[in-house]
Design a protein around this ligand. Structure first.
Ligand SMILES: [Zn+2]
Length: 477
């Protein structure tokens, strides 16, 4: 007898799309079968008219616990994830203390084990350039090693200490050390000396209006850093992963790197696919993020990158802040913290876009499930809807038209999500299930804190996407 069956739905995953019943037992998917052919189950969910998707992995997530609980903690952040169809979040290293070794990772992990509603994995840092500290984080289950290419931001020393490098000799050393671990080397990619000069010129000219933030970090600032990283990754054999790609120019540079056979994968985020720098005029500091929002041509270039396989994942860079962190930016944009929340809408944003014809539905699902699972070593337990995978499932109603009301968001930072207010979505997450247990159902959180488990990489050798218009997939080696 199965624990659970999900019947009469349309299963969509990286493996394809078909009318299949899903049998769940012991928290795992155990059978996929033609409708009506599963053995008996203790519980039945009728998914007639619904899409049955593997749970989304948000591979770029900040809840920052234990620092700043007024912004977010693992409870509020993973409730928001559950509402957004996200069954696994990968938490970035920024916190107090930041995640820079096994000890700090374990400290942060304890907060997730107590509070999380969905599964959680942790990044650590490569920027210490310390093999022992990097190794201890890997031993504690780090999924990737991140560095920010900048000086430690003034006033945020306690959050960023050990996360920042920017000279090429430091980047080279970081790539060498990360390569020894087999994990992805992840870098916030904007060229620090260049944008520092541009921002200084703007400040010297008396500019502190919100659009000045975007002008200080034009597309070539991002593309310079990414091109630099790709050259250094090629020299070291590192597995490079570029988060939050924001410009068409950067997509071109990554496409070229892939064509040259460099091991590089890339992520973009809903905000870069939906919004432009005009949002800085309208929403002021609430639209400030790094890299900044760009132009309509950049939005088009990013969608092209998703369709042709240049970009491998879509994640949120969910960055909860309070109005107190943002409001000072109306008068002086340089004083607002960068970033805003978004995990509440990750799945409907991308699946809705596919239903609207922006990209094939299987491709959309792959970008938020199988590809992040492969890149971060979580496959096949995560990111797949196949026998043996965790029963992380999303039931998605493709028929409803929704508009975002951030007041209904689960994130504690809902009042900083105003760039998304009123955004139209096609379809809706009805139910989110983590390892066979429903954690979100029709607008209600029904899971419990501490249910979320810690994920760690099971395999760390993944070759990046081949550029192939007809059959785009990440190949696990
Ligand atoms: Zn981030």
């Amino acid at each position: 007898m199965l624990d659970l069956e999900v019947i009469n739905g349309t299963v969509v995953s990286a493996e394809g799309q078909a009318r299949l019943d899903v049998g769940v037992d012991g928290g795992r998917v155990v059978l996929l079968a033609a409708p009506g052919s599963l053995p008996a189950a203790a519980e039945t969910i009728d998914a007639t008219g619904l899409l049955v998707l593997p749970g989304t992995i948000d591979s770029h997530f900040h809840c920052r616990a234990p620092s700043f609980p007024e912004r977010e903690d693992f409870a509020s952040g993973t409730r928001a994830a559950a509402a957004g169809g996200v069954t696994t979040v990968l938490e970035m290293p920024i916190s107090v203390p930041p995640t820079t070794d096994g000890t700090t990772l374990a400290l942060r992990r304890a907060h997730a084990q107590r509070d999380a509603y969905v599964d959680v994995g942790f990044y650590s840092s490569s920027a210490t350039l310390d093999r022992d500290r990097i190794g201890s984080a890997v031993a504690e289950g780090a999924v990737a090693l991140k560095a920010f290419l900048q000086e430690v931001p003034a006033g945020r020393e306690s959050e960023f200490d050990g996360l920042c490098i920017h000279r090429n000799d430091e980047i080279l050393r970081a790539l060498e050390l990360v390569t020894e671990t087999g994990l992805p080397a992840v870098f916030h990619a904007e060229d620090y000396p260049t944008y520092s000069l541009l921002e200084r010129r703007l400040r010297d000219a008396g500019r502190h209006d919100p659009p000045a933030h975007g002008e200080g970090r034009p597309d070539y600032v991002e593309a310079l850093a990414i091109g630099n990283l790709i050259l250094l990754a090629a020299a070291t054999g590192a597995r490079l992963h570029i988060p939050h790609v924001s410009s068409a120019l950067a997509v071109d540079v990554i496409r070229d790197g892939k064509r040259r056979g460099v091991s590089v994968t890339a992520e973009t985020c809903p905000q870069y696919l939906a919004l432009t720098a005009a949002a800085l005029q309208e929403h002021g500091p609430y639209a400030k993020c790094n890299p900044p929002l760009k132009s309509a041509d950049d939005v088009a270039g990013l969608w092209e990158g998703l369709r042709d396989g240049t970009i491998d994942t879509v994640a949120t860079d969910h960055s909860p802040f309070t109005p107190a962190d943002k409001e000072p930016g109306w008068d002086n944009i340089w004083r607002a913290n960068p970033g805003f929340p978004g995990v509440d809408i990750l799945t409907p944003f991308l699946i809705g876009a596919a239903l609207d014809g922006k990209l094939p539905l299987e491709r959309a699902v792959t970008l938020i499930t199988a590809n992040p699972a492969d890149i971060f070593g979580l496959a096949p337990r995560k990111g797949r809807l196949i026998p043996g995978a965790d029963a992380d499932l999303v039931l998605y109603d493709p028929t409803v038209r929704d508009t975002v009301d951030t007041a209904s968001w689960q994130t504690r930072a809902q009042s900083s999500g105003r760039v998304w207010q009123g955004y139209p979505l096609t379809g809706r997450v009805l139910t989110t299930m983590v390892r066979g247990t429903i954690v979100y159902d029709r607008g209600e959180i029904v899971g419990s804190p501490g249910y979320g488990a810690i994920v760690r990489p099971t395999k760390t050798s993944v070759t990046p996407v081949a550029l192939d218009q007809s059959a785009i997939h990440v190949v696990a080696s």
